[in-house]
Ligand binder design. Sequence first.
Ligand code: GLN
Length: 380
Amino acid sequence: MALTSKLPHVGTTIFTVMSKLASECGAINLSQGFPDFPVDEKLIALVDKAMRAGHNQYAPMPGLPALREAITAKVQRLYGFQYDTDAEVTVTAGGTQAIFTAIGAVVHPGDEVIIVDPAYDCYSPTVELFGGKPLHVRLGDDMKFDADAVQAAITPRTRMLMINTPHNPAGTILRDADMKRIADMLRGTDILLLSDEVYEHLVFDGEPHASAINYPELRERAFVIFSFGKVFHATGWKMGYALAPKQLMAEFRKVHQFNVFSVNTPMQVALAEYMRDPANYLKVPAFYQAKRDRFAAGMKKSRFKLLPCEGSYFQTADYSAISDENDLDFAQRVTREFGVATIPLSPFYKEPPSGQHLLRFCFAKQDATLDAAIEKLCRI
Ligand code: GLN
């Protein structure tokens, strides 16, 4: 059968590859980003209660009103802006589905979309699937946002700029000055913004999260994407949401309704109630900062050189002092020979910078898991 692939360059995601290798080798899995500790019993009990109360059929297409209200209340509290609960909030099956749907809703064949490498691996293939042209630029020194590089990539065909803060895989954040530069460069254009903020609560050292929502000029042209999985340690629930001005959200929902139609009901009932207590999300930054610090302190004795981690639950580290192997080979060897699985950074680039030797470690793990991994990594 003659079959022309729509994504000829795409293989299996590095997350699946490394998690599979980790389980085959019995290695400690610091690769794919997910917590190895349990979800809060209170939240589990709320899901159980919702199922037993009969909330097991389709939710409304944009999401349960009670959950959308809880989302707008939380966003108002944190970012000081009131989205329209009916028209501007949609509950999604995780951040990836929200990103896919937003791109599918607005990117036409031939439109250019600016992607900043290293970029989360779903961005570029999704743009391509809808006929768009990904234009890749790079983060600058120390994995910081390079506004000049982004500005230089803008053309009359640019339809969208994709940003991500806190950044996966780099672990850096965008700050007020970056957001203002982005507002400057988009002013007077029809360029849309997709702001992937799934790690919004994982910002450390007292820094504020510079959400696109805080900047009216950005918010008015933005899909802002969030994740319940990251905040409430339940990545397998595949729950997230998208916020956008009415006109953009109307287009988003045209795609969403035929993509998943709606998202699972009992989790929505439970999350709506759980979010009523802001402590459930406000405690997240300190919780993860302690894990970042524990991992960094332990790794001081290793030969890895840690890059600054300002947010997310990922720590990047340079292994140049250990090996000059490419990162894919090195990550696989470390998994097999030293029993710790990590994520190499090259799959996050259109063209990986030559001579770059970086791995990403996920520190969303129990202290005992981190300590065991540190011990093994210090032997390398
Ligand atoms: N977001 C997770 C990570 O970066 C992976 C999710 C996935 O496997 N698709 O590790």
